[in-house]
Design a protein around this ligand. Structure first.
Ligand code: EPU
Length: 356
């Protein structure tokens, strides 16, 4: 299926539910469709999106929005093809309990989490219920509760718009870091469409429970610790404090957690007390929860026209009425950033990608 249509609303294609349009929308569900696509005839720029769960369209988009409907999940036979490829290219030897799983870019990420956890495979359970699709997850290195998808990705297959061919990138080239990958940078951005992501999961017991109250919540169930159990605990935690985009428009965390010097952090502690939260990084700097900074500036639960700061997690900006204009979100973002800058001398950076 290669579906090309013009002047389409994007309201259902971004979780903020901003009602903007695009000049052209392309949807496809196979690599063969992509190879058939005549990109030179499409309005420019061309932008690939997933479920739009980390995007803020600031206006109508004058170019082409491309969306993958490649929706499949399979276990790869590592001993035949993939295993041979890996050991030749990178000298990696997979353990007996490792399982390689491939998912199409258009697969709903949480469906992949449910499927793999259901099979007893460890790796994705902490990432349960994050909105979005597999392709976008691999581009922006989604993360939650101490796990990032970049820890688990082995390869990413892409369509190269320039050379019009399919290429495979090893994880080493993807340069994963906090909500970042090579796909977000010059040279890669706009050039590659992710088609499939290959993840390395494990049958061996390896729960990651050291974030916040996860371990306590898991222990309180009194049940044997399985990927499915951890998944259900994570889903419970997320549902308690993050708004469901199906009920109220939002794009998850709006800001990144800033990283500051030890000195800046100590100054904040002098003013606010020793229990200011902060995570010490290996390089001596400290990651401070943006949620805490925003809350201290009095924004938690504040409303402004159609938009507001979510009352249970101030890192999330919500489209309360479903009728928000992009300008309202941007104005709220500016006011929050400004007050955090004034109070703490810290510049918050958005996590949500702004599309101009
Ligand atoms: N906090 C407050 N007030 C609040 C909520 C949190 O002060 O109302 C402080 C607390 O000190 C808390 C700390 O913020 O200990 C961290 O909060 P939380 O564990 O909820 O995580 P976060 O840093 O706010 C990050 C991700 C989330 C992810 C959670 C859980 C970023 C920008 N956000 O949020 O990701 O779900 O950790 O791992 O890294 C997303 O990417 O859209 C997203 C929701």
């Amino acid at each position: 299926m290669l579906d090309i249509s013009y002047h389409r609303s994007l309201a259902s294609m971004n979780t903020f539910r901003i009602d903007v349009s695009c000049a052209c929308l392309v949807e496809y569900d196979s690599i063969a469709d992509l190879l058939e696509l005549e990109t030179e005839t499409l309005p420019k720029p061309i932008m690939h999106i997933g479920r739009g769960s980390n995007l803020l369209f600031t206006d109508d988009f004058r170019g082409t929005v491309v969306h993958s409907c490649i929706d499949l999940m399979e276990i790869l036979d590592r001993n035949v093809r993939i295993y041979a490829d890996c050991s030749r290219d990178y000298g990696e030897v997979f353990g007996e309990d490792d399982v390689l799983v491939s998912a199409g870019a258009g697969t709903v990420f949480d469906e992949l989490c449910a499927w793999t956890a259901g099979m007893g495979l460890w790796g994705l359970e902490n990432l349960s219920l994050i909105p979005g699709e597999v392709g976008a997850a691999a581009v922006q290195n989604i993360g939650a509760y101490g796990v990032e998808v970049g820890d688990i990705v082995r390869y990413v297959y892409c369509y190269d718009l320039l050379e019009e061919e399919i290429v495979r990138f090893d994880k080493k080239i993807l340069a994963y870091s906090y909500r970042d990958s090579v796909f977000k940078h010059e040279g890669f951005k706009g050039r590659y469409f992710v088609t499939h992501v290959v993840l390395k999961l494990s049958r061996s017991y390896r729960p990651q429970l050291d974030y916040g109250h996860v371990r306590k919540a898991v222990e309180e169930t009194g049940k044997p610790v399985t990927p499915d159990l951890v998944r259900s605990v994570i889903i419970g935690i997320r549902k308690d404090k993050l708004p469901d985009p199906l009920e109220i428009g939002n794009a998850g965390s709006f800001f990144k957690n800033p990283v500051v010097s030890e000195e800046v952090f100590e100054n904040i502690r002098k003013k606010y007390g020793a229990d200011v939260p902060g995570f010490h990084l290996d390089d001596g700097r400290v990651k401070v929860p943006a949620a805490w900074l925003i809350e201290k500036c009095g924004w938690k639960g504040k409303k402004s026209g159609n938009v507001g700061v979510y009352d249970k997690q101030p890192l999330v900006i919500v489209n309360i009425t479903g009728k928000a204009f992009p300008e309202e979100i941007i104005s709220l973002e500016r006011r929050i950033t400004e007050s955090v800058r004034k109070e703490f001398s810290i510049i918050l950076e958005p996590e949500v990608e702004h599309i101009y």
